[in-house]
Design a protein around this ligand. Sequence first.
Ligand SMILES: Nc1ncnc2c1ncn2[C@@H]1O[C@H](COP(=O)(O)OP(=O)(O)OP(=O)(O)O)[C@@H](O)[C@H]1O
Ligand SMILES: [Mg+2]
Length: 453
Amino acid sequence: MKTKLLLFLLMPFLIFHKPVCVLSSETYPLAPSPQVPPFSPFPTSMSASSPGLVMGSEQQQMDSHKKMVIAIAVASTSLGAVILCVLCIWIYYTKFPSKSSNRKNVKNSDAEKGLASASILSKFSSIKMVGKKGCVPIIDYKQIEKATGNFKESSILGEGGFGCVYKAHLDDNLDVAVKKLNCENQFAEQEFENELDLLSKIQHPNVISLLGCSSNGETRIIVYELMQNGSLETQLHGSSHGSALNWHLRMKIALDTARGLKYLHEHCCPPVIHRDLKSSNILLDTKFNAKLSDFGLAITDGSQNKNNIKLSGTLGYLAPEYLLDGKLTDKSDVYAFGVVLLELLLGRKPVEKLAPTQCQSIVTWAMPQLTDRSKLPNIVDPVIKNTMDPKHLYQVAAVAVLCVQPEPSYRPLIADVLHSLIPLVPVELGGTMRVPQLTQQVLPADPPVDFNQ
Ligand SMILES: Nc1ncnc2c1ncn2[C@@H]1O[C@H](COP(=O)(O)OP(=O)(O)OP(=O)(O)O)[C@@H](O)[C@H]1O
Ligand SMILES: [Mg+2]
């Protein structure tokens, strides 16, 4: 491409250059002969001193001189233009090397975005960075110990399978969440590496931001942005039993989650399947903006044989085809999303214990009642019962029923789910519904910003 461009630009020079050569070789042989005087730039003085007989040949010579002067002028102008063009092209390619975008470059720019997100910490002068893992800043372990009060119990935000998450107060008044993983077993280490690798490349308003990492012996640390309202699981099934979440906020959380998933499935290159979507992995900030977290189990399309991976995830959220046959697709995430939607509607856990040895899944329990309009209002979470337009309730229930279909091909794509939810969420919360009577009591203080669907 560059060579063709260069040839194209050199064309005028070559065209103009040829006649100059012809002229000079025909009129003026390389070694001047006695009959032909050498070239002089002053033809007028020459004609004044020449006898009449040689006037014809002198006139010819003068014409030739003129032609050559013009040719030289044109040639040097062309050459100047060519040099200028080549210079411009060189500057363009050295300044904007990635302008010719292709899929490889999209991935690179994702990584750059990740780097931008991770570099939030570097703005804080007192935070000691000791290196980089990929493009993730490594934070001094001692500083993390200090910021969590030596991992004191009162700093614990929650507990997961591989360790606890702590609230940490870094200098410069920055509060963050610190996940401390005990990597004695190889799975924890793999999940740690996987989470860092994926989250460092992803930046989206509905995906948690990775700020840094650290390690000490077998302990691994991941530092995230702090989500002040904890997880959806804590909000729904914790001590407040969902009382902080009205109908509109619940629909907003469902919409945000769908936006995050759509980004993973359709905008990441290669696409990402989360594989562990559940209410404890949906985190809420001060304004109840929802963000997906926990990418330890997430896989990218093509990174490994999706039909031959270790069965992982959380009971109650696993799609039947994945649980029974290990078949994993983006529709597995859609199934888990359907279960979360049922939790939001019904306020029930995905798996309820009926007796010490007997469990019941929310899907099998709710399915017959979800499709019966007379029964549906009776199973809605008492906290939000009768607070919504019944039409909207039926619509959301229908979406949930579709998402948890046993046959994956009957489930919608997350993009379809997203578009069905947008009209049910007030504009102030990121949807398109106009609710004039909506007061600040049911909305967070400020509207959320910048939704990248
Ligand atoms: N960035 C964060 N901000 C605020 N709270 C968080 C943050 N990350 C996690 N938490 C809290 O810590 C809890 C534990 O998180 P963790 O991801 O370790 O386990 P989990 O998702 O509950 O379970 P599992 O290990 O099965 O995935 C979460 O449920 C949430 O309440
Ligand atoms: Mg989690």
